[in-house]
Design a protein around this ligand. Structure first.
Ligand code: NAD
Length: 516
């Protein structure tokens, strides 16, 4: 397969042909090699666009996790990676990122078949951003300096960062490779060994890139991949006595379990990146209602609404509400779902039947709560066997309704009307989550007041709340990120390293207690 052809050269038929001939890595990757699960168990990997089984993947249990942890520990203790100079780690991470780029089309196809997202997104967003993220952390690690504590001239106190050791990453399915890259980059750049557990809905790209990492020169045992279910492989990592740190991204409910696993095992460090219920807010004085509407539509319907910082609430002032809603529906209707392998498709399939039913369940709840369904609300393309839902819009939503409070994680937006700035801020902050928020206004004072008072980790003015650039430190507060560093930026080093205070006493005078 050529890796140099561009998206424009590949048609739906080309992608279909490639899909028909695709091969998959289906075994766990432990200690530098692919292995069956020790139990021999496997699970179905379903294409959400057809409902058909693509392949069967190793279902790792606690004994497989034990083997991966032992390999990761051995690799860490050997120092072959953990003690290597940052410039050397950088070279290998840059080579790894380059290999991801070179396999962009292959990886994009895997991502689309496995997860249901449009091929143009996999190709132009997910895979390039994943490579950029790994490269960014590689590039950063040999330019990061540690600190020196202030002391008198009798002593020198150094404050280096040390790798945590064996890090486990447990990740969701909405951006399978990108979420993996957000963990792989910082963990490996700082010298840790990593065990990655992809979501059971979307393990294929994580399994494939494990061998690309080896090809780039990563020593065996430094990156292990254990596909499997949360209650088995995920829990085994959370409870493991020899895992030093878990970096988790997923739902708040499972995030809480990881806190419990830590307390019940070795008090391992846990970093959490969980859900969101992010608002777009359009003020009557915004620059351009149509531009705000377009941003709001793509901010909720992009990636089928399966985005942690999706703009799932849209707050608007009464005087412009009708016009804004009309424009959002105009843009939303252009995003009707289609075959994810078609390069012109902008919205694909929900990741699985469970997620589709969950979203349809919320649409029923919205109707029964008295919200006004103005657009969508249905499963479509059912004849394909896939799990497609049309862009959906509820008007007349009250912030107390379940569809305004709970994370739907699908293409459903709730329109909430308000009058005053203070009322708007109360609605914006009236949620358990605190990930992202975006305001559209010309008023510089109101935009700064908004950014100061909003209870989120990400705040935007005149641009969509789903921005996520590498280097910008992504994360939230409240139930979104109760204990976390920030992802995809230098603050993620805080999650995967610890700070050591090292003191040399030149004079012997620092010792306070003397034995008589
Ligand atoms: P999830 O919590 O169901 O699963 C996430 C991971 O945890 C998966 O690998 C899963 O196998 C594992 N898991 C599930 N149950 C487990 C258990 N009992 N013990 C141990 N591990 C378990 O989430 P999801 O449905 O895969 O992803 C959607 C969620 O992820 C949404 O809430 C979304 O907002 C969130 N998310 C957050 C961010 C962020 O950066 N804040 C980014 C992407 C997704």
């Amino acid at each position: 397969m050529s890796t140099l052809a561009t998206q424009a050269e590949l048609t739906l038929n080309d992608w279909k042909e490639r899909a028909a001939n695709a091969t998959f890595k289906t075994q766990a990757f432990i200690d530098g090699e692919y292995r069956q699960a020790l139990s021999g168990q496997t699970f179905d990997c379903i294409n959400p666009a057809t409902g058909q089984c693509l392949t069967r993947v190793a279902s790792c249990q606690s004994e497989d996790v034990d083997a991966a942890v032992a390999s990761a520990r051995q690799a860490f203790e050997s120092g072959e990676w953990s003690r290597r100079a940052p410039t050397e780690r950088k070279k290998i991470l840059l080579k790894f990122a380059q290999l991801v780029r070179e396999h962009r089309e292959e990886l994009a196809l895997l991502e689309t078949l496995d997860m249901g997202k449009p091929i143009s997104d996999s190709l132009n967003v997910d895979i390039p951003l994943s490579a950029d993220c790994i490269a960014w952390f590689g590039e950063t690690v040999d330019k990061s300096y540690d600190e020196i504590a202030p002391t008198g001239s009798d002593a020198l106190a150094l404050i280096p960062r040390e790798p945590m050791g064996v890090v486990a990453a447990v990740i969701p399915w909405n951006f399978p490779l990108l979420m993996a890259a957000w963990k792989i980059g910082p963990a490996l750049a700082t010298g840790n060994s990593l065990i990655l557990k992809p979501a059971e809905q979307s393990p294929l790209t994580a399994l494939r890139i494990a061998e690309l990492a080896m090809e780039a020169g990563l020593p065996k045992g430094v990156l292990n991949v254990v596909p499997g279910f949360g209650e088995t492989a995920g829990q085994a990592l959370g409870m493991h006595m020899d895992v030093d740190c878990v970096a988790f991204t997923g739902s708040a409910e499972v995030g809480k379990l990881f806190l419990q696993y830590s307390g019940k095992s070795n008090m391992k460090r846990v970093s959490l990146e969980c859900g969101g219920k992010s608002p777009h807010i359009v003020l009557a004085d915004c620059h351009d209602i149509d531009q705000a509407a377009q941003a709001a539509a793509s901010g909720i319907y992009y990636n089928q609404g399966e985005v942690c910082n999706a703009g799932s609430r849209l707050l608007v002032q009464e005087s412009i509400k009708d016009e804004l809603v009309e424009r959002v529906m105009h843009w939303g209707k252009k995003l009707m779902p289609g075959d994810p392998l078609d390069p012109s498709t902008q919205m694909g399939a929900m990741v699985d039947k469970t997620q589709m039913e969950r979203v349809l369940g919320y649409i029923d709840i919205g109707k029964s709560e008295g919200a006004h369904l103005r657009m969508g609300g249905n499963r479509v393309l059912g004849e394909s066997g896939g799990y497609f839902i049309e862009p959906t819009l509820f008007d007349q939503v009250n912030n107390d309704m379940k569809i305004a409070q709970e994370e739907i994680f699908g293409p459903v937006v709730a329109i909430i009307e308000y009058e005053t700035f203070d009322e708007m801020m109360n609605i914006v902050n009236g949620t358990r989550y605190g990930l992202s928020a975006a305001i559209y206004t010309k008023d510089i004072n109101e935009s700064f007041k908004f950014m100061r008072d909003v209870e989120t980790g990400l705040a935007y003015v005149n641009t969509s709340c789903i921005g996520a650039e590498v280097g910008q430190n992504f994360g939230g507060i409240k139930d979104t990120s109760p204990i976390s560093s920030r992802e995809a930026g230098s603050q993620m080093f805080d999650a995967v390293t610890y700070v050591k205070n090292m003191v040399v006493d030149f004079s012997g005078k620092l010792q306070k207690a003397q034995i008589e």
